[in-house]
Design a binder for this molecule. Sequence first.
Ligand code: AMP
Length: 395
Amino acid sequence: MRHIKDVNLKGKRVLLRVDFNVPTDGNGNITDDTRIRKSLPTMQKLIGDGARTILITHLGRPKGEFDEKYSLKNVAKRISEIIGREVIFTQSLLGEEVTDMVNNMKDSDVMLLENIRFYKGETGGDMEFAKELAKLGDAYVNNAFGTVHRNHASVSLLAGLFPNDHYFGFLMEREVENLSYLLGNPKHPFTAIIGGSKISGKIDVLDNLIPKVDNMIIGGGMRYTFTKALGGKIGNSLHEDDKLGVALDLVDKMKKHNVNLYLPIDCIVIDDFRNDANCQLVKGDEIPDGWEAVDCGPKSIELFREVILKSQTILWNGPMGVFEMPNFAKGTFGVARAVAEATQNGAFSVAGGGDSISALQQLDMMDKMSFVSTGGGAMLEFLSGIELPGLKYMK
Ligand code: AMP
């Protein structure tokens, strides 16, 4: 793995692909700058070495043309505040003006190119577009783990255009190392806790993890597809009828690999989808008609805690219930607390996915995990074991 920590890129024009797709309010103000801060060590290293850093990122999903709403103007300002130096901001990405600005950069200067998704060539994975971009730099650094599963020009093609001058940034390296550990030879017992609304989107990751884990805890809405497939009563709970067969195949595979499957043994059900709806505690596979399960019950939380505390390696992705409603966050918070406790006792834990991160933030427990992945979809695809477009040329 070629890493920027092993080189000094002084005087070089470095194209640094980052994921500064930060959340904003309706007026373009940044509401959380974590993603920018996550790349601070990489930016500092390049600035310290005297490289000329050219930042490339996307923001939101513009339709391949300029759209004021997705301009990086405020992002440039915030980067500037975080790194403590001026950021040169280009209104466009390509063309003579940008080339001139790049040519006028001095050592340690930092430039931010306007939103790369204003160009159709980015999401189209267009090689000609990538070649134009490549002309702006002498080296390429990829630190955008959150987009590593996308076949987008600046993510998947640029590394190949700098065959001897592409490098992992610090964030990227940590993501790949920690997630690779889970797929390699982790300590046992290894417990995966997978939640969220739907089984679709998580089938590949479940399939790939089964031969590697000892325990599989499945919670959230997706567990009702399993429960229905196994003959349980799920009332009005979320489920996917077209995935019942897949769920049974996964259960069979778990049996074959001696994986202990834990589904919530009790759950909270409601009669209307609101925080203050009528609710009752029922058995996990005996949900009455007209009621919908939205969280695990206390027995499940205790059972999961016991399993988690006996684990040496833990992966957690996805909420155990509709945790956005405060009354139904207990399962998700219970899992977060148990993983934190296990980590304190010496287990290695990895958490990821936007909802798990949000739960950890609410509990002020971000630093209680061994590692928190910044990539939601990217993390799941990585753990599915498939070759990711953004890593194809990164050697
Ligand atoms: P996903 O995007 O598939 O990871 O799912 C995340 C969403 O799953 C969150 O917004 C949760 O509110 C939702 N969720 C978790 N448990 C349930 C449940 N039992 N019923 C409906 N939605 C759920």
